[in-house]
Design a protein around this ligand. Structure first.
Ligand SMILES: *[C@@H]1O[C@H](CO)[C@@H](O)[C@H](O)[C@H]1NC(C)=O
Ligand SMILES: *[C@@H]1O[C@H](CO)[C@@H](O)[C@H](O)[C@H]1NC(C)=O
Ligand SMILES: *[C@@H]1O[C@H](CO)[C@@H](O)[C@H](O)[C@H]1NC(C)=O
Length: 373
């Protein structure tokens, strides 16, 4: 391999990209030269606070908020790079760049890295809606956790092995049994005699157990590329978390007014108003977790709560947290609880009914937090 012959001194993320874009021409880079120049001009007005949002229905209320102003004279309203739109503007006094990631861990991780590589970003606020695993919280509450973990990196243990058996590749330091497992045998539905199948027949489950793993991390600050570390609980920025205390007591929406469903004349003319049992509140909590899994299952929700003591369960935040950690950028997330992650009564439809209210509450809290930072 002759890769080293073409190596140039590292010039830092943005200038290296500019160099690549300029020297290789439009066809070779992920974006054209004109975009590279536009990024350079935008960064002369930095630093920005990065606002990272999963989906359109969470971002729209922010773009509509009277607290947000689109960039006018000196900055473009947005730049499109690599299939993402980076929107510029201000929230209060704060200069922001807003980007929508799309669903799941891959999208949110890639988009956050792109944001930090391209733009002069001083910190990241992430917001959205989430499932709720915490019986002390209600739908509509907005959780601000101190720690986030990715609970989707697993070592799936072979059938017949138990907690005392070493995992495949554990001795290499690749995998661990420190964080605990989910044992499928514990979730066997009772048989006709009302007893778990395993106590009746002594049978276990071929799916055996999965062990939760920390992520491999490669912090940029270490100065040595490819020097591996591990991280499971990723703390949010201590200063941002401290400031989030000022959000407690913020007034949040309690009722949702939905248009009638069209099948009933009374409800189509008279809009339906659905209210939560109490006014939602901002809750600074200890933990949240994420994985590319939509949790709508009471048993798994209870497992996540009892094993990891989490409040919000979502599909993006831990990826944003892990990228911010590795790039050494301050980070915090607010997630409004939209449903019970499968813990509601059968046939309940909390996500469908309350997601817009939760999205609005997430925006209300995020906007307030952004203007504090
Ligand atoms: C899962 O539960 C079964 C039945 O109790 C047990 O034999 C097995 O060792 C457990 N596996 C783990 C990894 O805890
Ligand atoms: C529409 O609203 C009516 C009256 O509230 C209700 O009976 C009906 O089940 C609703 N239909 C759907 C599909 O939600
Ligand atoms: C759930 O609620 C949403 C919003 O009110 C509605 O559009 C949807 O039809 C409902 N689904 C069910 C299964 O009731």
């Amino acid at each position: 391999m002759s890769a080293t012959h073409g190596r140039r001194p590292f010039l830092g993320g943005v200038s290296l990209l500019l160099l690549l874009a300029v020297s290789c021409g439009a066809a070779a880079a992920v974006f054209p030269e004109s975009t590279a120049r536009a990024i350079g001009r935008v960064n002369q007005h930095g630093p920005f606070l990065g606002v990272v949002v999963p989906n359109a229905f969470e971002m729209e209320p922010l773009l509509r908020s009277p607290r947000f102003s689109t960039a006018k004279s000196r900055l473009p309203p947005y730049l499109d790079v690599a299939g993402k739109r980076f929107r510029f503007g201000t929230i209060g006094e704060q200069k922001v760049v807003i980007v929508m990631t799309g669903l799941g861990m891959l999208n949110s991780g890639v988009t956050t890295q792109l944001l930090l590589t391209l733009f002069d970003v001083k910190g990241i606020v992430h917001f959205g809606i989430a499932g709720n695993a915490d019986p002390d919280r209600q739908i509509g509450d907005v959780a601000v956790p101190r720690y986030w973990a990715h609970t989707g990196l697993w070592n799936w243990q072979r059938y017949g092995d138990g907690p005392e058996n070493e995992l495949a590749l554990e001795s290499n330091g690749d995998y661990t049994r420190k964080l605990g497992n989910l044992n499928f045998t514990d979730y066997t539905v009772a048989n006709k005699n009302g007893r778990p199948a395993r106590s009746a027949g002594g049978r276990s489950n071929l799916l055996n157990a999965v062990w939760y793993q920390p992520e491999e991390v490669f912090p940029a600050s270490s100065g040595t590329p490819e020097s591996r570390g591990h991280a499971f609980w990723v703390p949010v920025d201590a200063h941002y978390y401290d400031l989030s205390r000022k959000l407690e007591g913020l007034e949040l929406e309690r009722c949702i007014v939905a248009a009638g469903n069209g099948t009933d004349t009374a409800t189509t003319t008279r809009k339906r108003r659905t209210c939560l049992p109490r006014r939602p509140a901002v809750a600074r909590v200890e933990r949240g977790c994420s994985a590319s899994v939509f949790v709508d299952n009471a048993a798994y929700r209870e497992f996540l709560r009892s094993r990891f003591r989490v409040t919000p369960v979502d599909m993006e935040t831990a990826a944003v947290a892990l990228v911010a950690k590795q790039q050494g950028k301050p980070f915090i997330a607010v997630r409004a609880l939209s449903d019970l992650a499968g813990g509601g009564a059968a046939g309940s439809n909390e996500t469908g009914v309350f997601a817009p209210l939760a999205a609005q509450n997430a925006v209300t809290v995020a906007v307030e937090l952004i203007s504090l930072l």
